[in-house]
Design a protein around this ligand. Structure first.
Ligand code: PHE
Length: 455
């Protein structure tokens, strides 16, 4: 049997996992829902969930992965006396697959916008023209699918390169590039005249806007942003070197992910305010409103380099999406490799073909197939709905129940302390949260989500 590959260094492991965590969730989704649910007040609740529940869930996934040295289905099966636990892994894998289908559609849009901004196709368009540009592009049949395929090909190439020479190497290069690009955009944004209104919008806590729904959204966003709850971090956990301190690794990833989400807000909102655009632009913020912001940075208005900043922004977004989709596809490929470790390329190609079909379906449901409805929703909306309300909290709940109630406490202690060589004075708090608080919080989110969606 071929030797199982893993990450070669702590930095490589952290870069790859940060790559998974930092994605469209940070740069596209976080800023707009943060603004929607009360800015600073939402941020506060989000931070509590990220560090109390999200990070400890990540730690649990790392424990399951590194202890078992397997991908989710086999990991659950090998660590539990009850074979039925393998279905928790299977559910995670299905969730990853569906998320990847949707993720590819939006990643295809970002790749198209890199092309459009570099070739100057967005320059000079008015907000209305940008709106119809987005609508006609996203509802057209062929073009979005071509860009999805280009993006997926990049993802697959990295996976075929392997865990060390593909995922680890690419993440070690792309993550620092992403930070530099984001820093440049932040500086540009906060130095625009009138930028302070954007910072105020993002950071001033307005508790009156924070509803129960906002609190649920904060927990959902925390899970999605940290890539936890569906087994991706179980796979990456199985690649983490044995002598790495798992708590430190999780802490680094959580801090980086959170900082990048906040920096994305700092890059976006001041620019939106400075250019007189609507900050509550919702999901279309990045594709419709931001190009308008960049257009107003042209030389005539005294604010230079609109096209350059637009291109930088969409390259940044595509890099972030790429390292996340790599982790989503790797979760599937790792499962195939359990059976045939030597056929990584074949697994990648087959799985890519299947997921391309799902993504193409989702993309077409924004246009030619929009009449095709299941329970009153288009395919895109249906998968989005299942993915945001039911599957991730359910998978996360199963993960915390597994570590809190099924795995022997001594095994968890052993894995966290690297077989007794590290002091783990935090163990009592971790165990208490993972056994009682996290399951309760996830159950509340799941049940409330289901009840709300039935109304
Ligand atoms: N965390 C990624 C983001 O913020 C999305 C993701 C979710 C990736 C789940 C992998 C697994 O965009």
């Amino acid at each position: 049997m071929a030797e199982k590959q893993g990450f070669t260094s702590s930095f490589g492991a952290i870069a790859a996992a940060v790559g998974s965590a930092v994605g469209l969730g940070n740069i596209w989704r976080f800023p707009y829902i943060c603004g929607q649910y009360g800015g600073g007040a939402f941020l506060l609740v989000y931070l509590i969930f990220v560090f109390l529940i999200g990070m400890l869930l990540m730690l649990s996934e790392f424990i399951i992965g590194r202890r078992s040295q397997h991908s989710p289905i086999f990991a659950y099966e090998s660590l539990s006396p009850h074979k039925a636990w393998r279905y928790a892994g299977l559910l995670g894998l299905i969730t990853c697959f569906l998320i990847l289908g949707l993720y590819l559609v939006i990643s295809g849009w970002t790749t198209n916008y890199v092309f459009d901004s570099i070739t100057g196709h967005l320059a000079g368009l008015s907000p209305d023209q940008l709106d119809s540009h987005f609508a006609s592009f996203s509802s057209s049949a062929l073009r979005p699918i071509i860009f999805i395929a280009i993006f997926l090909a990049l993802t697959a190439l990295v996976i075929i390169g392997g865990v060390q020479k593909g995922i680890e190497k690419v993440s070690k290069i792309l993550m620092p590039v992403l930070v530099v690009l984001l820093a440049i955009l932040c500086v540009r944004s906060v130095t625009l005249p009138g930028a302070s209104a954007g910072l105020e919008y993002l950071f001033r806590p307005d508790f009156s806007k924070l509803t129960g729904e906002g609190i649920l959204a904060a927990l959902g966003q925390a899970l999605f942003s940290l890539s936890v709850g569906m087994g991706v971090m179980i796979v990456y956990g199985s690649y983490i070197p044995n002598n790495d301190n798992l708590l430190k690794t999780s802490l680094w990833i959580t801090v980086c992910d959170t900082l990048i989400a906040i920096l994305a807000g700092i890059a976006i909102f001041p620019a939106v305010f400075a250019c007189g655009q609507d900050p509550a632009g919702g999901p279309g913020l990045v594709f419709k409103i931001l190009p308008a912001v960049f257009n107003s940075m042209n030389p005539e208005s005294g604010l230079p380099f609109g096209t350059i900043f637009a291109s930088l922004f969409f390259i940044l977004l595509t890099i972030a999406a790429l390292t996340s989709s790599i982790s989503l596809l790797e979760a599937q490929v790792a499962w195939g490799s359990e059976y045939h470790p030597k056929h990584r390329t074949r697994h990648t190609l087959i799985l890519s073909a299947i997921v391309l079909a799902i993504a193409a379906f989702c993309s077409l449901s924004n246009g030619v197939l929009s009449h095709l409805k299941v329970a009153g929703s288009t395919i895109f909306d249906l998968i989005d709905h299942i993915n945001s309300i039911y599957l991730p909290p359910l998978c996360a709940l199963l993960t915390v129940l597994f570590t809190g109630w099924v795995m022997p406490k001594s095994d968890i202690r052993d894995e966290l302390s690297n077989h007794g060589s590290l002091r783990i004075s935090y163990f009592g708090i971790y165990y208490f949260i993972i056994r009682y608080i996290a399951p309760l919080a996830l159950l509340v989110v799941l049940v409330t989500g289901i009840i709300n969606s039935l109304h």
